[in-house]
Design a protein around this ligand. Sequence first.
Ligand code: NAP
Length: 277
Amino acid sequence: MSTEKIPLAGVLGSPIAHSKSPQIHMHWLKTYGIPGHYIPLDVGPDDLSIVTQTLPKMGFVGANVTIPHKEAILKIADRVTDRATLIGAANTLIFRQDGKIHADNTDGVGFIQNLRSNAPQWVPSSGPAAVFGAGGAARAVVSALLEVGVPEIRLSNRTRVRADALQAEFGHKITVVDWVQAGNMVDNAHLLVNTTSLGMMGKPALRVPLDGLRPGTIVNDLVYAPLKTQLLAEAEKKGCAIVDGLGMLLYQAVPAFERWFGQRPVVDTATRVAALR
Ligand code: NAP
């Protein structure tokens, strides 16, 4: 009988049944013949600290962190990467051999890689980006856009103070626009990103007027259920290049899988199919 330890990973959240991470990681484990497991872990806020400290002792090499723990986990980790500190949230934990817990945020990496793969014509420095929303996902998107050299970000959010806070934090390249005028931001924008939950199954539709959208503009919705949101359908009709949100979810999982299991996984059609199961 083999005495080799089977590496474990999982996702900490509550509720957790909706998470697609188990399908994605189990698909890669199977594809690469790695004898590991990836488990959904329904953990409430009161137990987050004790469970996180215990996982490495049970054979876990790491974990993902999702709603509602993405911010709270920063206080539990021994070390937080610069990008997770900047975003103010972590989605990936690495349990190191020395017992230390490292927290990182790979949402920005996933967001950019999704655009690079599905809209390779996009040149970040070529022009302004318009971003709807100023929640947790928007923080990752804005910091990633600035990192790759987008010269101007127009930002609009229903609750303006949240957009103003992002502007104060991330600086002069961000211009805040009132939510009622959000449609004006798309004029001449090279990239439009929806980071709000509007358009998601069970949520209201995104009703921002998009008359200013030009053919060729790249439009990305972070919402991936449904895959083709009303925003993407309308943008497609106007001749825009559309990118759905599923790719971001897949690409944010790549660095975590590589760190935990020692194999860089490939995002392909089979991975998309597995995530949608
Ligand atoms: P969040 O922190 O709760 O932020 C929600 C955002 O949606 C805020 O900007 C909020 O505006 C806005 N919003 C919600 N209801 C609204 C309404 N009725 N009218 C106008 N604005 C509304 O959530 P999050 O973590 O940023 O996630 C946002 C979306 O991105 C979700 O759909 C999530 O599934 C998706 N997401 C996808 C990926 C991916 O990998 N594809 C990764 C992360 C997130 P207020 O500030 O005014 O409330």
